[in-house]
Design a protein around this ligand. Structure first.
Ligand code: SF4
Length: 341
Protein backbone atom coordinates (compact mmCIF):
# COMPACT_ATOMS: atom_id res chain seq x y z
CA UNK A 1 0.00 0.00 0.00
CA UNK A 2 0.98 3.62 -0.39
CA UNK A 3 1.63 4.60 3.22
CA UNK A 4 1.65 8.33 2.36
CA UNK A 5 -1.97 8.12 1.10
CA UNK A 6 -2.94 5.98 4.07
CA UNK A 7 -1.46 8.52 6.52
CA UNK A 8 -3.41 11.35 4.82
CA UNK A 9 -6.64 9.31 4.89
CA UNK A 10 -6.10 8.71 8.63
CA UNK A 11 -5.80 12.47 9.14
CA UNK A 12 -2.08 12.41 10.04
CA UNK A 13 -0.23 13.23 6.81
CA UNK A 14 3.50 12.61 6.71
CA UNK A 15 5.57 15.75 7.07
CA UNK A 16 8.89 14.62 5.73
CA UNK A 17 10.25 14.95 2.22
CA UNK A 18 12.15 17.63 0.40
CA UNK A 19 10.96 21.22 0.50
CA UNK A 20 9.56 22.70 -2.71
CA UNK A 21 12.62 24.94 -2.94
CA UNK A 22 15.02 21.97 -2.63
CA UNK A 23 13.01 20.01 -5.24
CA UNK A 24 13.07 22.89 -7.73
CA UNK A 25 16.78 23.43 -7.16
CA UNK A 26 17.48 19.70 -7.52
CA UNK A 27 15.43 19.43 -10.72
CA UNK A 28 17.17 22.47 -12.24
CA UNK A 29 20.58 20.97 -11.44
CA UNK A 30 19.63 17.61 -12.92
CA UNK A 31 18.37 19.30 -16.10
CA UNK A 32 21.69 21.13 -16.39
CA UNK A 33 23.66 17.88 -15.95
CA UNK A 34 21.61 16.14 -18.64
CA UNK A 35 21.42 19.07 -21.09
CA UNK A 36 22.73 18.69 -24.62
CA UNK A 37 21.87 15.00 -24.88
CA UNK A 38 23.74 14.27 -21.64
CA UNK A 39 27.07 15.50 -23.06
CA UNK A 40 28.39 16.68 -19.68
CA UNK A 41 27.13 13.62 -17.83
CA UNK A 42 28.79 11.27 -20.33
CA UNK A 43 32.00 13.32 -20.17
CA UNK A 44 32.03 12.86 -16.38
CA UNK A 45 31.34 9.11 -16.73
CA UNK A 46 34.29 8.84 -19.12
CA UNK A 47 36.58 10.94 -16.91
CA UNK A 48 35.76 9.24 -13.61
CA UNK A 49 35.07 5.64 -14.63
CA UNK A 50 36.27 4.75 -18.11
CA UNK A 51 39.28 6.80 -19.23
CA UNK A 52 40.43 3.99 -21.52
CA UNK A 53 37.30 4.21 -23.69
CA UNK A 54 36.75 6.51 -26.64
CA UNK A 55 35.53 9.88 -25.26
CA UNK A 56 31.79 10.41 -25.82
CA UNK A 57 32.57 13.55 -27.83
CA UNK A 58 34.31 11.35 -30.43
CA UNK A 59 31.93 8.36 -30.36
CA UNK A 60 28.32 7.68 -31.33
CA UNK A 61 25.94 8.57 -28.50
CA UNK A 62 22.40 7.21 -28.12
CA UNK A 63 19.72 8.60 -25.82
CA UNK A 64 16.73 6.29 -26.36
CA UNK A 65 13.16 7.38 -25.72
CA UNK A 66 11.97 5.44 -22.66
CA UNK A 67 8.41 6.73 -22.48
CA UNK A 68 5.68 4.09 -22.09
CA UNK A 69 2.42 3.69 -20.22
CA UNK A 70 2.59 2.70 -16.55
CA UNK A 71 5.50 1.37 -14.54
CA UNK A 72 5.32 -2.09 -16.12
CA UNK A 73 5.43 -0.54 -19.62
CA UNK A 74 8.35 1.70 -18.69
CA UNK A 75 10.21 -1.25 -17.15
CA UNK A 76 9.75 -3.27 -20.35
CA UNK A 77 10.85 -0.29 -22.47
CA UNK A 78 13.98 0.15 -20.33
CA UNK A 79 14.85 -3.55 -20.61
CA UNK A 80 14.45 -3.31 -24.41
CA UNK A 81 16.68 -0.21 -24.58
CA UNK A 82 19.36 -1.97 -22.52
CA UNK A 83 19.16 -5.02 -24.81
CA UNK A 84 19.43 -2.81 -27.90
CA UNK A 85 22.43 -0.99 -26.38
CA UNK A 86 24.11 -4.37 -25.77
CA UNK A 87 23.64 -5.46 -29.39
CA UNK A 88 23.69 -2.05 -31.12
CA UNK A 89 26.48 0.13 -32.55
CA UNK A 90 29.86 -1.13 -31.28
CA UNK A 91 31.84 1.50 -29.39
CA UNK A 92 28.81 3.69 -28.71
CA UNK A 93 27.82 5.36 -25.45
CA UNK A 94 24.16 5.13 -24.43
CA UNK A 95 22.44 7.28 -21.83
CA UNK A 96 19.18 6.07 -20.31
CA UNK A 97 17.46 9.08 -18.77
CA UNK A 98 15.20 8.07 -15.88
CA UNK A 99 14.92 4.38 -16.77
CA UNK A 100 12.53 2.22 -14.77
CA UNK A 101 13.66 -0.98 -13.11
CA UNK A 102 11.75 -3.63 -11.19
CA UNK A 103 13.21 -5.35 -8.16
CA UNK A 104 11.63 -8.32 -6.44
CA UNK A 105 11.02 -7.33 -2.82
CA UNK A 106 9.55 -10.06 -0.62
CA UNK A 107 7.78 -11.57 -3.62
CA UNK A 108 6.34 -8.34 -5.00
CA UNK A 109 7.86 -6.07 -7.69
CA UNK A 110 9.08 -2.68 -6.50
CA UNK A 111 9.54 -0.15 -9.30
CA UNK A 112 12.69 1.96 -9.09
CA UNK A 113 13.75 4.99 -11.09
CA UNK A 114 17.46 5.86 -11.05
CA UNK A 115 18.41 9.32 -12.32
CA UNK A 116 20.26 7.69 -15.22
CA UNK A 117 22.08 4.57 -16.40
CA UNK A 118 25.07 4.79 -18.72
CA UNK A 119 25.98 1.98 -21.12
CA UNK A 120 29.73 2.15 -21.80
CA UNK A 121 31.32 1.30 -25.16
CA UNK A 122 32.46 -2.06 -23.70
CA UNK A 123 28.78 -2.89 -22.96
CA UNK A 124 29.01 -2.47 -19.15
CA UNK A 125 26.35 -0.54 -17.23
CA UNK A 126 26.78 2.22 -14.64
CA UNK A 127 24.16 3.68 -12.29
CA UNK A 128 24.19 7.48 -12.07
CA UNK A 129 22.86 9.37 -9.06
CA UNK A 130 22.48 13.15 -9.30
CA UNK A 131 22.31 14.95 -5.96
CA UNK A 132 22.10 18.63 -5.11
CA UNK A 133 24.43 18.58 -2.08
CA UNK A 134 27.85 20.04 -2.95
CA UNK A 135 31.16 18.27 -3.43
CA UNK A 136 33.60 20.56 -1.63
CA UNK A 137 37.18 20.06 -2.73
CA UNK A 138 36.21 16.62 -4.03
CA UNK A 139 34.51 15.40 -0.85
CA UNK A 140 30.98 15.66 0.52
CA UNK A 141 28.99 15.08 3.70
CA UNK A 142 29.70 11.42 4.54
CA UNK A 143 26.13 10.74 5.71
CA UNK A 144 24.68 12.06 2.44
CA UNK A 145 27.17 10.12 0.32
CA UNK A 146 26.36 6.99 2.37
CA UNK A 147 22.63 7.45 1.76
CA UNK A 148 23.25 7.97 -1.97
CA UNK A 149 25.44 4.84 -2.06
CA UNK A 150 22.74 2.74 -0.37
CA UNK A 151 20.17 4.05 -2.84
CA UNK A 152 22.43 3.36 -5.83
CA UNK A 153 23.19 -0.15 -4.51
CA UNK A 154 19.49 -1.03 -4.79
CA UNK A 155 19.54 0.15 -8.43
CA UNK A 156 22.65 -1.97 -9.05
CA UNK A 157 20.81 -5.05 -7.75
CA UNK A 158 17.80 -4.29 -9.97
CA UNK A 159 20.06 -3.80 -13.00
CA UNK A 160 21.78 -7.11 -12.27
CA UNK A 161 18.40 -8.84 -12.51
CA UNK A 162 17.91 -7.27 -15.99
CA UNK A 163 21.46 -8.21 -17.04
CA UNK A 164 20.95 -11.82 -15.89
CA UNK A 165 18.19 -12.21 -18.49
CA UNK A 166 20.56 -11.32 -21.38
CA UNK A 167 23.10 -13.62 -23.00
CA UNK A 168 25.93 -12.86 -22.62
CA UNK A 169 25.03 -10.95 -19.42
CA UNK A 170 26.48 -7.42 -19.47
CA UNK A 171 28.64 -6.39 -16.52
CA UNK A 172 26.94 -4.10 -14.03
CA UNK A 173 29.62 -1.88 -12.54
CA UNK A 174 29.81 -1.70 -8.76
CA UNK A 175 31.29 1.80 -8.86
CA UNK A 176 28.45 4.25 -9.43
CA UNK A 177 28.73 7.83 -10.62
CA UNK A 178 27.66 10.43 -8.06
CA UNK A 179 27.12 13.81 -9.71
CA UNK A 180 26.90 16.91 -7.48
CA UNK A 181 27.39 20.67 -7.75
CA UNK A 182 31.05 21.68 -7.52
CA UNK A 183 31.87 23.64 -4.35
CA UNK A 184 29.27 26.42 -4.03
CA UNK A 185 28.64 26.77 -7.76
CA UNK A 186 26.00 25.18 -9.96
CA UNK A 187 28.62 23.44 -12.11
CA UNK A 188 28.44 19.64 -12.15
CA UNK A 189 31.28 17.54 -10.86
CA UNK A 190 31.36 13.83 -10.11
CA UNK A 191 32.88 11.14 -7.96
CA UNK A 192 33.03 7.37 -8.45
CA UNK A 193 31.54 5.64 -5.41
CA UNK A 194 32.20 1.96 -4.70
CA UNK A 195 28.90 0.41 -3.57
CA UNK A 196 30.02 -3.24 -3.21
CA UNK A 197 29.48 -3.24 0.54
CA UNK A 198 26.05 -1.57 0.38
CA UNK A 199 25.06 -3.93 -2.43
CA UNK A 200 26.02 -7.00 -0.42
CA UNK A 201 24.18 -5.75 2.69
CA UNK A 202 21.02 -4.91 0.72
CA UNK A 203 21.13 -8.25 -1.06
CA UNK A 204 21.31 -10.08 2.29
CA UNK A 205 18.49 -7.97 3.74
CA UNK A 206 16.26 -8.62 0.73
CA UNK A 207 16.89 -12.37 0.95
CA UNK A 208 15.85 -12.34 4.63
CA UNK A 209 12.63 -10.32 4.17
CA UNK A 210 9.44 -12.04 5.21
CA UNK A 211 7.33 -12.82 2.15
CA UNK A 212 4.37 -10.49 1.66
CA UNK A 213 1.95 -13.47 1.58
CA UNK A 214 3.16 -14.53 5.04
CA UNK A 215 2.54 -11.01 6.37
CA UNK A 216 -0.93 -10.78 4.84
CA UNK A 217 -1.78 -14.29 6.11
CA UNK A 218 -1.09 -13.08 9.64
CA UNK A 219 -3.51 -10.13 9.35
CA UNK A 220 -6.84 -10.38 11.17
CA UNK A 221 -9.83 -11.25 9.01
CA UNK A 222 -11.46 -8.29 7.25
CA UNK A 223 -8.55 -5.88 7.65
CA UNK A 224 -8.23 -3.52 4.68
CA UNK A 225 -5.94 -0.52 4.26
CA UNK A 226 -7.54 1.04 1.19
CA UNK A 227 -7.22 4.85 1.59
CA UNK A 228 -10.72 5.17 0.08
CA UNK A 229 -12.37 3.64 3.18
CA UNK A 230 -14.04 5.87 5.83
CA UNK A 231 -11.46 7.13 8.36
CA UNK A 232 -13.02 5.17 11.27
CA UNK A 233 -12.88 1.88 9.41
CA UNK A 234 -9.35 2.61 8.29
CA UNK A 235 -8.26 3.52 11.83
CA UNK A 236 -9.75 0.26 13.13
CA UNK A 237 -7.85 -1.70 10.48
CA UNK A 238 -4.55 0.01 11.29
CA UNK A 239 -5.13 -0.47 15.03
CA UNK A 240 -5.70 -4.20 14.46
CA UNK A 241 -2.02 -4.52 13.57
CA UNK A 242 0.50 -4.22 16.41
CA UNK A 243 2.94 -1.33 16.02
CA UNK A 244 6.04 -0.44 18.03
CA UNK A 245 6.38 3.28 17.51
CA UNK A 246 9.72 4.90 18.34
CA UNK A 247 10.89 8.47 17.66
CA UNK A 248 13.15 7.04 14.93
CA UNK A 249 9.94 6.37 12.93
CA UNK A 250 9.56 10.13 12.42
CA UNK A 251 12.31 10.21 9.84
CA UNK A 252 11.54 6.93 8.09
CA UNK A 253 7.83 6.12 8.07
CA UNK A 254 4.86 8.00 6.66
CA UNK A 255 2.61 6.68 9.45
CA UNK A 256 4.80 8.15 12.20
CA UNK A 257 2.37 10.90 13.34
CA UNK A 258 -0.51 8.44 13.53
CA UNK A 259 1.52 5.86 15.44
CA UNK A 260 3.00 8.51 17.75
CA UNK A 261 -0.49 9.72 18.73
CA UNK A 262 -1.63 6.12 19.38
CA UNK A 263 1.51 5.33 21.33
CA UNK A 264 1.09 8.42 23.55
CA UNK A 265 -2.57 7.62 24.14
CA UNK A 266 -1.58 4.15 25.29
CA UNK A 267 1.24 5.55 27.46
CA UNK A 268 3.69 3.22 25.70
CA UNK A 269 7.31 3.64 26.78
CA UNK A 270 8.42 3.08 23.17
CA UNK A 271 7.45 6.69 22.46
CA UNK A 272 10.35 7.70 24.74
CA UNK A 273 12.85 6.01 22.42
CA UNK A 274 14.25 2.54 21.89
CA UNK A 275 17.12 2.93 24.42
CA UNK A 276 14.61 3.81 27.18
CA UNK A 277 12.44 0.88 26.21
CA UNK A 278 15.45 -1.45 26.34
CA UNK A 279 16.36 -0.20 29.84
CA UNK A 280 12.85 -0.81 31.13
CA UNK A 281 12.75 -4.52 30.29
CA UNK A 282 9.22 -5.90 30.57
CA UNK A 283 7.61 -2.61 31.67
CA UNK A 284 5.80 -1.40 28.60
CA UNK A 285 3.69 1.57 29.76
CA UNK A 286 4.46 4.73 31.70
CA UNK A 287 1.81 3.72 34.26
CA UNK A 288 3.57 0.39 34.89
CA UNK A 289 6.88 2.21 35.26
CA UNK A 290 5.45 4.67 37.80
CA UNK A 291 3.74 1.89 39.76
CA UNK A 292 6.99 -0.09 39.84
CA UNK A 293 8.94 2.99 40.99
CA UNK A 294 6.44 3.63 43.80
CA UNK A 295 6.82 0.03 44.94
CA UNK A 296 3.22 -0.87 44.13
CA UNK A 297 3.99 -3.49 41.48
CA UNK A 298 6.96 -5.28 39.99
CA UNK A 299 9.49 -7.85 41.12
CA UNK A 300 12.13 -6.18 43.35
CA UNK A 301 14.75 -8.58 41.94
CA UNK A 302 14.08 -7.28 38.41
CA UNK A 303 17.07 -4.95 37.68
CA UNK A 304 14.77 -2.42 35.94
CA UNK A 305 12.38 -2.32 38.89
CA UNK A 306 15.28 -2.06 41.37
CA UNK A 307 16.82 0.81 39.39
CA UNK A 308 13.48 2.64 39.22
CA UNK A 309 12.96 2.34 42.97
CA UNK A 310 16.49 3.56 43.66
CA UNK A 311 15.90 6.53 41.32
CA UNK A 312 12.57 7.29 43.02
CA UNK A 313 14.26 7.21 46.45
CA UNK A 314 17.05 9.52 45.29
CA UNK A 315 14.54 11.89 43.78
CA UNK A 316 12.46 11.99 46.96
CA UNK A 317 15.61 12.65 49.03
CA UNK A 318 16.71 15.43 46.66
CA UNK A 319 13.29 17.07 46.81
CA UNK A 320 13.18 16.77 50.60
CA UNK A 321 16.62 18.39 50.87
CA UNK A 322 15.58 21.18 48.48
CA UNK A 323 12.33 21.67 50.42
CA UNK A 324 14.25 21.97 53.72
CA UNK A 325 16.38 24.83 52.37
CA UNK A 326 15.06 28.29 53.32
CA UNK A 327 13.24 29.92 50.39
CA UNK A 328 13.20 26.74 48.31
CA UNK A 329 10.10 26.22 46.24
CA UNK A 330 8.17 22.97 46.60
CA UNK A 331 9.32 20.43 44.01
CA UNK A 332 7.03 19.29 41.26
CA UNK A 333 4.88 16.56 42.63
CA UNK A 334 6.30 17.05 46.16
CA UNK A 335 8.00 13.70 46.35
CA UNK A 336 5.68 12.03 43.88
CA UNK A 337 7.42 10.17 41.12
CA UNK A 338 6.61 11.72 37.77
CA UNK A 339 7.54 10.88 34.25
CA UNK A 340 8.53 13.32 31.59
CA UNK A 341 7.03 12.28 28.28
S1 SF4 B 1 5.44 1.79 14.28
FE1 SF4 B 1 6.82 3.15 13.17
S2 SF4 B 1 7.47 1.93 11.40
FE2 SF4 B 1 5.66 0.91 12.22
S3 SF4 B 1 3.95 1.80 11.06
FE3 SF4 B 1 4.15 3.04 12.92
S4 SF4 B 1 5.48 4.73 12.33
FE4 SF4 B 1 5.68 3.15 10.76
Amino acid sequence: MDKGSLASALGSPAAFGQSQFALTRGNAFEAKVKADGGAELLRLAHEKLDRGAVPPAEAPVHVPDLSAAGPEGRTARTALALREAATGTPGAWTLLDHPMLALDVAGSPAFLEPDAVVVHPDGSWTVVEIKSFPLLDGSADAAKVGAAARQAAVYVLALEQVAARLAPAPRVRHRVLLVCPKDFSNLPTASAVDVRKQRAVTDRQLARLTRIEEITDALPEGVCFSPGLPAEELTASVDAVPAAYAPECLSTCELAFHCRARSREAGAVTSLGRPVRAELGGLSTVEEVLAAARGETGDPDDPAVAALRRAARLRAEALATAGARPGAAAGAGDGEVSACR
